[in-house]
Design a protein around this ligand. Structure first.
Ligand code: KIV
Length: 272
């Protein structure tokens, strides 16, 4: 089935914790649609994230804030339909989990029921810990998200690296403890110093998944459009591009245009 792992078992929260204990790294990428998700799953990916980064790469917005619950649910269902083995995690969009535990639980239940995803990802620590506790207590697995939290971009004012100073790094380590106590099974650490990510990873039983957080986290996540090189204009230091799909797709489309214009396509074999 996959090119890397022979283990065809569905990836669950239990498997995440086994992987952390064994030191087997967890691979995670975003996906927003059925076709991309089924390719990623069949390639042996451990976890698929329906990220609200869809706002950037699918819709063309400059932030993740505009994504709605209905839009996330629509994408979530398409991804779940394409995935057999990987764990499917879906982002709670901006405003759906922000300090009102009853309302957050309502949104969380809708997301789980209407998408069929395996877990939710929620940005934030102490400020929304009661919301997270309530969601976990309802039997919903939660992956936290600390460090750079794109839903808070208007508060930060930039996408620069987070937790470089003592105050913010202490807060991050304290939030890690709170998330673990609240029952999160995993946490994304975005754009923080590699040393801090290493300390955070050693300090917790949750599986840490890094993006721009160095090599010591229990796993890595990237936005699939970025790592496939579909987006020429985005090249942060942490991003490794595994393909140049921008060029591949542009060449293919240009050839198609030429073939249509020159009457080469469709030919006799391609006609009924
Ligand atoms: O929305 C997203 O794609 C994410 C990842 C970058 C972790 O949150």
């Amino acid at each position: 089935m996959s090119t890397y792992t022979e283990d065809n078992r569905k990836v669950t929260t239990l498997r995440f914790s086994e992987m952390k204990q064994k030191g087997e790294k967890i691979s995670m990428l975003t996906s927003y649609d059925f076709t991309m998700a089924s390719i990623a799953d069949q390639a042996g990916l451990d976890a698929v994230l329906i990220g609200d980064s869809a706002s950037n790469v699918m819709v063309g917005n400059s932030t993740t804030l505009p994504m709605t619950l209905d839009q996330m649910i629509f994408m979530g269902r398409s991804v779940v339909n394409g995935v057999k083995r990987a764990m499917v995690v879906i982002d709670m969009p901006f405003g759906s989990c922000s300090g009102n535990p009853e309302k957050s639980l309502e949104a969380a239940i809708r997301m789980m029921k209407e998408t069929g995803a395996d877990a939710l990802k929620i940005e934030g620590g102490e400020e929304i810990i009661e919301d997270i506790r309530k969601i976990v207590n309802a039997g919903i697995p939660v992956m936290g998200h600390l460090g750079l939290m794109p839903q808070s971009i208007n508060k930060y004012g930039s996408y620069a690296i987070r937790a470089k100073d003592d105050k913010e790094s202490k807060k991050l380590l304290s939030d890690i403890r709170l998330l673990e106590e609240a029952g999160c099974f995993s946490v994304v650490l975005e754009k923080i110093p590699a040393k801090l990510a290493e300390e955070a990873t050693k300090s917790t039983t949750m599986a840490t998944i890094g993006i721009g957080a160095g090599p010591a986290t229990d796993g890595q996540v990237l936005v699939i459009h970025d790592m496939l090189g579909m987006n020429k204009g985005f090249s942060p230091k942490f991003l490794r591009k595994y393909a140049d799909l921008h060029t591949v797709m542009t060449d293919a489309i240009q050839t198609y245009v030429k073939d249509v214009k020159s009457n080469d396509f469709p030919n006799e074999k391609e006609s009924y």
